[in-house]
Structure formats: structure tokens, C-alpha cells
Design a protein around this ligand. Structure first.
Ligand code: MCA
Ligand code: AMP
Length: 504
């Protein structure tokens, strides 16, 4: 019996060497982490979870939470991580759509989530930020000799929900083969080895923190400092003991605001990686000036894992996302005709390779619509490939805001605002924000004589939308600009409010 991804993780695990270092706390060796993953896998099996069943997990970041991910791989369950910022209303959708057999939440959430879970036929267990909880209680008495489920490259390892451009969020189905091939490629391209120590300050419910950071560390037998969240001072203080950092652009913007960041602080660091949102060229340039390190920018998506990366050796060019990864084909096509465009011409970025997902969970039509007839995934990102082969992202054809590395789907926010009494309509846009890259902003048209203000709208959204999706500003307007077809011209609004969050 072989388990495609976990066998590779096990083979790379350097026994008694450290895997997870909790800052100021305990060290988990590989042996300890793998032992506990076996016990949790056993406990999950005893709860009746079978290969292919979904296990939804909305828990704070901890070593045990990462070990739970490994446990799911080992028992062939499909791991479904959920942002801790999601409200109960959002959770209800994910649980209803994915139909997990087991939902793991923090003890404080148990009662509230149990009602939702029960309605969808799922059981609930708990895991707290300190690693305690009912799931770990069950795992404690399980034997160590867990037999891993057999999983082929095509079997599902995880479902990650991604903001949909039409309708609700879609579950991207990632296979063992997708995850193993991409992490192996990144490990090799970025020369990650057992001597590396990664500063892990990303959340573990998205591709970046879960697959890029964690799988690459595991497949290199390296170790990581697991931080509960990003804090610039804490990260700078750790650098002398670490060798790598992976982050979203907001990390680098905030690091540059720390006076402690200088050449001496980074003397032991080997690599700084950025992704999930565009890194401003000025951040790249300023970071290099201050530290001597050129940030390595790469480009990925939930559906595809990583597609391109600036080179480890060779020019890391500011404002580009680098070259297609080995085994991944990237092309740019004319959005109207589908014809492949020559270098330097801008069009739709399309991707093909072992990294590309299996499809959207229970949405065969949506899946088919996102692929070309020759099997390329249509990214929704607009870009070009220059004559040196570097990919440049110049915009998005999908209506999406990326704030601090989190994606926000404007339609979802507009839908919530439009439901409110006194609202005629709304348009949600992203405009430049000095910290988050883009700031979610709502332009709202009110009915005449309505006393609806910014505070009332934000209050109404509080229990409906995760905090990061809520507009940073709400602007009231008489009407929305429309083109001849009646479509709201968001580009006009983006231009009009471009300086809304400008540094003063
Ligand atoms: C927190 N807030 C945010 C965000 N994060 N608002 C907008 N956008 C955000 N990203 C809210 C908080 O709830 C808080 O609200 C207020 O903003 C200020 O919080 P602050 O303390 O500044 O935030 P933080 O806790 O420091 O978090 C900022 C962060 C964090 C460190 C940038 O958002 C983060 O870790 N982002 C990484 C996301 C990520 O991993 N993306 C990868 C997705 P209030 O105080 O009013 O309650 S994977 C992906 O995109 C693809 C596949 C790829 O290529 O990697
Ligand atoms: P997600 O929905 O989390 O999968 O986000 C994927 C999207 O993030 C991509 O389609 C891009 O629009 C964006 N993205 C990821 N990495 C980069 C990058 N390095 N530069 C610009 N955009 C990026």
C-alpha cells in the first residue's frame, strides 16, 4: 500500500531532527510529529472517517493543527482548511457544500458549530490554540502502529475554497500528485535543504502557508519557527536563527517599517520569498537596498499551486513573477480568440502541468468553463511573457480584490450590502492601500430620505462577512457610473478613489 504524498514526507523526515520550533517553547522533532499524526489518524478512523471523506478544520495555528493535516493525508481523508476569520454564516455554506464527516473547531466554537454540523450530518471535535482538545484526547490512547491508507497521485488530498467570480466560493480539489509535484519542484528550485530554518508566520488555511511553506519544509527535512501570526519585530528578532522567510507583500512593507531591519539582522538569512499578491517594485528595490537581498517573487493560485518563480540563481527582476517552473507550461492568449500571443503582448495567462487541480468540487460545468479545449487552466490574470521568458502580471480579468494576501470577491460583499434596507445598489472595489496592497472599498447608492450611514452598514456586515472582507471605507454616491451596456464601470470608480488610502 502506498500513500503518494505521505510516503514522500516520511522518506524525507530526518528522524530525531527538529521539524517545528515554537518560539520560546517546545521543539517537535520529526519522529514526534509523525508519531502523533499516526495516533490522530487512528482516532479519526475510529470516528468512522473513511478515505475520501472530508475533514473540515477551522482552528488556530499550532503544531498540532499542522500534524492534523498530516493525519488526514495518512488516513486518506480530504483536508478542508477554513479561515479562522469566517463567520458562522460563512461556515454554514462551506459545511453544506463540502459535506464533511468531521468538523474540527476550537473548543469555544464547539456549541455554535455543532448546530450547523448536525444539520449537515457531521460530527464535531475540538483542537485549541495550545494543542489541547477533544480530538487530541481521543488520539492519546490510540496505538502507534497506524497503517496508512493507500492513496494514488490522482486521489484528493485537500479541498481549498477560493473566491468565485460568479456565485459562491468554489472548492478547488487538489490531489496528492498536485501537492507532491509542486512542493518537490519548489524545494529544488529554491535549494531548500535539511539545514534550512523557515520563519513561518503565514496562516495555515491557504495554499501559501499550508502547501508552499509546510510541504516544502517537510520534503526538505528542514525545520520551521511556527509563529501564531505575523509580527514584524518578532520576525526580525528571529532572523539570526533562521535562513528563510515566506510572506505576502504586506509582510515586506511592514518589515521595511521596522528600524531593526538591516544587513546585520539578515546576515544568516538565505532567502526571502514573496507571493499571493503583487509585490510593488519599490518594495523590492527598497528591501534590497536595506538588506542586500533581492526578494524572490513567485506566482500561484489555489487551483494551480505555484506556476512561476524568479530564479534562485540569476536575475530576480522587480515587478515580474519570474519564469515558469520546471514541468509547468505558461502561455498568454488573446482573450477574444484564444490565439497564443507572441512575447511582450498582453493577454490571458493560461497554465498546464502536474500542479493544476482536478476541478471544482461538485461543479463539473464551472470546471469545464475554466479550461481550454487543449487542457490549459484559464487563470483570470492578465499578463505577458517577455523575450527573456519572464512572466509579468499586469491586471486581472476576474473581479477580485486582494487585501494583505487574502482574496475578496466583490459580488459577495455587494450581495450583503444590497440586501440592507435603504440601499439601492453598491459597487465594491479594491484601491491602492499602503499596508494591505488593496483596500476593500464600497460605493453605495442609498434610497432617498434614508438614514443609513457607514457605521450602520458595517454593523450589519459584522456577523455576515469575515473581518478582512468588510470594507475599510464606505462612500455614498448619487449613482454608479455605467457604460452603454449598463454595466458598472469599476475602472472609473477605481480611478476616482485611487488616492483614498494614500499615505498622509
Ligand atoms: C487582517 N485584517 C485585514 C487583513 N488581515 N483586513 C484586510 N486585509 C487583510 N489581509 C483586519 C483585521 O481583522 C483588523 O481588523 C485590521 O484589519 C487590522 O489588523 P492587523 O493587526 O493589521 O492585521 P494582522 O493580523 O497583522 O494581519 C495582516 C496580515 C494577515 C499579516 C497581512 O492578513 C496575513 O497574514 N495575511 C496573509 C494571507 C495569506 O496567507 N494569503 C495567502 C493566500 P479590526 O482591527 O478592525 O478588527 S494563498 C494565495 O493567495 C495564492 C495561492 C498564492 O499565490 O500564495
Ligand atoms: P487565490 O485565489 O488565493 O488562489 O489567489 C490567486 C491569485 O492571487 C492569482 O490569480 C493572482 O491574481 C494573485 N497572485 C498570486 N501571486 C501573485 C503575485 N506574485 N503577483 C501578483 N498576483 C499574484
Amino acid at each position: 500500500m502506498s500513500n503518494h504524498l505521505f510516503d514522500a514526507i516520511r522518506a524525507a523526515a530526518p528522524g530525531n531532527a527538529p521539524f517545528i520550533r515554537i518560539n520560546g517553547g517546545r521543539i517537535w522533532t520529526y519522529d514526534e510529529a509523525l508519531d502523533l499524526s499516526g495516533r490522530i489518524a487512528s482516532a479519526i478512523g475510529a470516528l468512522g472517517i473513511r478515505p475520501g471523506d472530508r475533514v473540515a478544520v477551522q482552528v488556530e495555528k499550532s503544531a498540532q493543527a499542522l500534524i492534523l493535516y498530516l493525519a488526514c493525508l495518512r488516513c486518506g481523508a480530504v483536508y478542508l482548511p477554513l479561515n479562522t476569520a469566517y463567520t458562522l454564516a460563512e461556515l454554514d455554506y462551506f459545511i453544506g457544500d463540502a459535506e464533511p464527516r468531521l468538523v474540527v473547531v476550537s473548543p469555544a466554537q464547539r456549541e455554535a458549530v455543532a448546530t450547523i454540523a448536525k444539520a449537515h450530518g457531521a460530527i464535531v471535535e475540538t483542537l485549541d490554540a495550545d494543542g489541547t482538545g477533544s480530538l487530541l484526547d481521543l488520539a492519546r490512547d490510540e496505538p502507534l502502529d497506524f497503517v496508512d491508507a493507500s492513496c494514488s497521485p490522482d486521489d484528493l488530498a485537500a479541498i481549498l475554497y477560493t473566491s468565485g467570480t460568479t456565485g459562491r466560493s468554489k472548492g478547488a480539489m487538489l490531489t496528492h500528485g498536485n501537492l507532491l509535484s509542486n512542493a518537490t519542484t519548489l524545494r529544488d528550485c529554491w535549494r531548500v535543504s535539511s539545514g534550512d530554518r523557515l520563519i513561518h508566520a503565514l496562516p495555515i488555511f491557504h495554499t501559501h502557508g499550508l502547501f508552499v511553506a509546510t510541504n516544502v519544509t517537510l520534503l526538505a527535512g528542514a525545520s520551521m519557527f511556527l509563529l501564531s501570526k505575523f509580527d514584524a519585530d518578532e520576525v526580525v528578532a528571529l532572523m539570526p536563527q533562521a535562513t528563510m522567510l515566506m510572506g505576502v507583500p504586506t509582510f515586506y512593507v511592514r518589515l521595511l517599517q521596522s528600524r531593526r531591519l538591516d544587513k546585520q539582522a539578515v546576515a544568516n538569512m538565505r532567502l526571502f520569498v514573496s507571493g499571493s499578491a503583487p509585490l510593488l517594485a519599490e518594495t523590492h528595490v527598497e528591501f534590497e537596498k536595506r538588506t542586500g537581498h533581492a526578494i524572490l517573487e513567485r506566482y500561484g493560485m489555489t487551483e494551480t499551486n505555484m506556476n512561476t518563480s524568479n530564479p534562485y540563481d540569476g536575475a530576480r527582476i522587480a515587478g515580474t513573477v519570474g519564469l515558469p517552473l520546471p514541468g509547468v507550461t505558461v502561455r498568454v492568449t488573446d482573450p477574444a480568440t484564444g490565439a497564443v500571443l507572441p512575447p511582450d503582448e498582453t493577454g490571458m495567462i493560461e497554465i498546464k502541468g502536474p500542479n493544476v487541480f482536478k476541478g471544482y468540487w461538485r461543479m463539473p460545468e464551472k470546471t469545464a468553463a475554466e479550461f481550454t479545449s487543449d487542457g490549459f487552466f484559464i487563470s483570470g490574470d492578465l499578463g505577458k511573457i517577455d523575450t527573456d521568458g519572464y512572466v509579468h502580471i499586469v491586471g486581472r480579468s476576474k473581479d477580485l480584490v486582494i487585501s494583505g494576501g487574502y482574496n475578496i470577491y466583490p459580488k459577495e460583499v455587494e450581495g450583503e450590502i444590497d440586501q440592507l434596507d435603504g440601499v439601492v445598489e453598491s459597487a465594491v472595489i479594491g484601491v491602492p492601500h499602503p499596508d494591505f496592497g488593496e483596500g476593500v472599498t464600497a460605493i453605495v447608492v442609498r434610497k432617498p430620505n434614508t438614514v443609513l450611514d457607514e457605521g450602520a452598514i458595517l454593523h450589519a456586515l459584522h456577523d455576515r462577512l469575515a473581518r478582512y472582507k468588510q470594507p475599510k471605507r464606505i462612500i455614498f454616491a448619487e449613482d454608479l457610473p455605467r457604460n452603454a451596456m449598463g454595466k458598472v464601470q469599476k475602472n472609473v470608480l477605481r480611478q476616482k478613489y485611487a488616492d483614498l488610502y494614500a499615505r498622509t
